[in-house]
Design a protein around this ligand. Structure first.
Ligand SMILES: NC(=O)c1ccc[n+]([C@@H]2O[C@H](COP(=O)([O-])OP(=O)(O)OC[C@H]3O[C@@H](n4cnc5c(N)ncnc54)[C@H](OP(=O)(O)O)[C@@H]3O)[C@@H](O)[C@H]2O)c1
Length: 422
């Protein structure tokens, strides 16, 4: 039986969940993993705050150095959130040779490479399973069970808040703003929802996931990001009529040395398994060159699901004393980050109700090399709308076509452009 002294940074939702799991499954972990894990210290901001778990007040501290300088602390687990001071504390722990487990997507997406190098130097390990898709063990699976594959493509629903909003909009026909308010009331969306609804949370996770999948650093600045604030109830209705659902997808593709990583609202066929992922659930659908298609489904947040991933990392860290570096062995090829990807597109526009309009607009698409798969005409008079689904086209051609259409007298306004995946 190995005794382990753990230092926790943070005792909020995730920290409390980790304590609960460590306590409720302590005997099993001792028996099957040979580890007696003890929480020696817990860093908080406010020692007097009421906690979701009972805690011996003598282990609480507001001074991170107490934990980082304790030679008996074998391992540090961070769930404070935010870039600083979390990054500095993780780096200091690694420098001192203490392995670190973190749930912090922002720190890993922005500084994962620096921290990996620090860990390699000191021989410590760095683990961040909970930083992507909460309870779904996706990172370990890719690193430990899919090593025999080139991962060619993945699509993920990796933000629960936006999936909840889009699900409610689809099932109730409600507007974005009404559903967002309801999500905030239920605690599914933060009082400041920007990071979720603008896609930034998914962008952090996509940067991490594509780095792991494609064995190449995929920096945040190379991840395209568009949130769900412009998705309307009308778009969702038309999507359904055309046989699609709308999801905020994080998409990664690798073709030769070209990598694309993009987060945006996406039409996917109603028959695609990702379309069945409702409410706050997360899922990742990926394609390996040997294994074919795989899908992972589960809770992307919450105290216990996230703690499941964190405690698994803690156990792995204890068993890999020499360190386990996710990024070691990455391909060092010259990668091109694709901005001009190929996609199909849904475009909805309000048009003037007069003869020849459809031909004029179809001509503009054609002029920019975008061919049309289907067209629907809706309503008459001031509400006359045209809804197009295009064949595959390069993003730049599509952008230029839409730019050109701004000067077209047949069009009153271009209401939406949403990418379509099959
Ligand atoms: N919540 C989830 O379901 C979930 C899922 C996956 C990943 N994550 C990630 O896990 C991390 C933590 O999330 P959370 O929801 O548990 O956050 P949280 O509930 O806000 O908890 C944060 C904890 O960190 C402590 N803390 C924050 N800044 C501090 C500072 N400067 N000094 C000392 N203590 C500090 C807070 O202390 P006080 O309590 O004294 O204020 C609190 O206990 C984030 O990186 C998040 O992205 C969360």
């Amino acid at each position: 039986m190995r005794k382990v002294k753990l230092g926790l940074l943070g005792l909020g939702t995730v920290g409390s969940g980790v304590l609960k799991v460590l306590r409720q499954n302590a005997e099993m972990i001792k028996r099957s993993e040979g580890l007696d894990i003890n929480v020696g210290w817990v860093l908080v901001r406010d020692k007097s705050k009421k906690r979701a778990v009972e805690i011996d007040p003598s282990v609480l501290t507001t001074d991170a150095q107490v934990i980082l300088n304790d030679p008996e602390v074998d391992l540090v687990a961070e769930f404070m959130g935010g870039e600083e001071p979390a990054f500095t504390y993780i780096r200091e722990a690694l420098k001192k040779g203490k392995s670190v487990v973190t749930a912090n997507k922002e720190v890993i997406a922005k500084h994962g490479d620096v921290l990996e190098r620090e860990a390699e130097k000191s021989g410590a390990g760095l683990y961040f399973e909970a930083s992507v898709a909460g309870g779904i063990p996706i990172i370990k699976t890719i690193k430990r069970s899919l090593q025999a594959n080139h991962i060619l493509k993945f699509m993920g629903i990796i933000n629960g808040t936006t999936n909840y909003i889009l699900t409610r909009m689809s099932e109730e026909g409600s507007d974005f703003n009404a559903v967002l308010k309801e999500a905030q009331r239920l605690g599914y969306a933060e009082p400041d929802p920007t990071a979720d609804i603008e896609g930034l949370d998914a962008k952090f996770k996509l940067s991490i996931l594509s780095t792991i999948c494609f064995r190449n650093q995929v920096p945040l600045e190379n991840v395209y990001c568009e949130g769900i604030t412009k998705v309307t109830a009308e778009d969702i209705t038309y999507a359904q009529q055309l046989g699609y659902g709308i999801k905020l997808l994080a998409i990664g593709k690798k073709n030769g040395n070209r990598i694309e990583a993009r987060v945006h609202p996406t039409f996917i066929p109603l028959s695609h398994p990702l379309c069945a992922v409702r409410d706050v659930y997360n899922a990742i659908f990926l394609e390996g060159d040997a294994v074919g298609n795989l899908m992972f489904y589960g809770r992307g947040a919450g105290d216990l699901p996230t703690a499941s991933a964190v405690v698994s990392d803690i156990i792995t860290a204890c068993q890999n004393q020499g360190g386990y570096h996710h990024r070691t062995g990455m391909d060092q090829e010259d990668v091109i980050f694709e901005q001009n990807w190929v996609s199909r597109y849904y475009v909805r526009m309000l048009v003037y109700d007069r003869p020849g309009v459809l031909g004029e607009i179809a001509g503009l698409f054609g002029k920019h090399g975008v061919s049309l798969e289907s067209v629907i005409q809706k309503n008459r008079g001031d509400d006359a709308s045209l809804i197009f689904i295009t064949h595959e086209a390069h993003e730049q051609f599509m952008v230029r076509a839409l730019e050109d259409m701004k000067g077209c007298t047949a069009i009153s306004s271009i209401e939406s452009m949403i990418r379509v995946e099959r």
